[in-house]
Ligand binder design. Sequence first.
Ligand SMILES: C[S@@+](CC[C@H](N)C(=O)[O-])C[C@H]1O[C@@H](n2cnc3c(N)ncnc32)[C@H](O)[C@@H]1O
Length: 369
Amino acid sequence: MQPSFLQRYLQTFHRIDGWFDFDAALLFMKYNQLAFKDSERGNVLEIGVHHGLSAIAIAALRGAGKQFTAIDLFEDQQKKNVSGSGCGDRRRFDNNMREFYQDSAFVRPIARQSGELTPSDLGSGFTFSHIDGGHSPEEVYHDLKLCHDISVDGGLIALDDYFNPEHPGVCEGAVEFSLRHPDWLRPLVAGYNKVLFQKPRDKASDLNASFVKAFPGLETKTVRMWKSQVILLGTPLRDRIDLYTSTPENLVRFGSAGVRARLTPTVKSIRARPGQQIEIEVKVENVSSEDFPAGEGVFGLSYHLLEHDNPRSWFSTSMAPKEHVVRRISVITPTAPGRYQLEVDLVWEGVMWFKDVGNPTAMIALLVE
Ligand SMILES: C[S@@+](CC[C@H](N)C(=O)[O-])C[C@H]1O[C@@H](n2cnc3c(N)ncnc32)[C@H](O)[C@@H]1O
């Protein structure tokens, strides 16, 4: 087992400086997957790449052999940053991109003010664009028009900060665009500080209906915006997705990969005194098709009790498919008497609890008296 692209990407949110939400990346990936078959995906672009936090996700939306155009003023031209929006850094951007894309020949950085760029500077065949550069009305109007002009029919365009009261210029520029060019873009969905638009195309499938169908039970509202029905998202998408199995091209629903590990404690219930240390044996079976990782601080058996983070019992050797071991976990019971549930799970440190990808945990009833 190796951490997936999405699991590694989620970890970067702790260390790459930026203004992006992991759930926005998942939203873009899902609509990209619904709008285009693999063979249809084309070039992609971002205006305002900053240090690369969102760029890592946008680059993953391109088609095979296609380019990612990365536009920013970077550090040399900040005097042109009229709306004071962020401050790009070319070295950090390059390093962060290289971490995810060893061969970054497909990245085309353009160190210019987006307002100076025309469609002939960028080319055509764009299937996804993310606008997150200057936030003044003029910059946003220009960037929407530029992205519209270079997009294929059906192309997706995401706009940052449309509903952010700290940047009213974004809304002003976008509304100006809608009044001057009604029907050039259709808003589809708003969430995680983004509005996602689509350039109309003949025989367009209903992406919103497909999106809702893909996540049954996801809380959504529908509002009318620019004369279209738009989905409003509030709750995180990440809870719905198996981040280990998913790729940016194919998000797999939580729980659909089935059981990977079977955990069978030797006891179903325990009676103990407050603050007592007890040992519990658990049979761990690898019923997946991959080896489980091993190592101190890497892979272990642990439990949840009262939402606390508890000690691990580390695996010193990896477990091959069909193998099983019996491991002990040491539990200190709560000091307050009462009835508790001890939830036993496998933890891949810094990557996932198996519960997070839909694997069943084992429950033990604990009576402290
Ligand atoms: C809000 S930050 C982008 C954040 C980034 N997308 C992320 O999610 O981490 C805005 C970026 O746009 C750049 N920028 C501002 N005005 C610009 C313009 N007119 N043309 C190109 N880049 C611009 C800034 O240098 C800054 O790096």
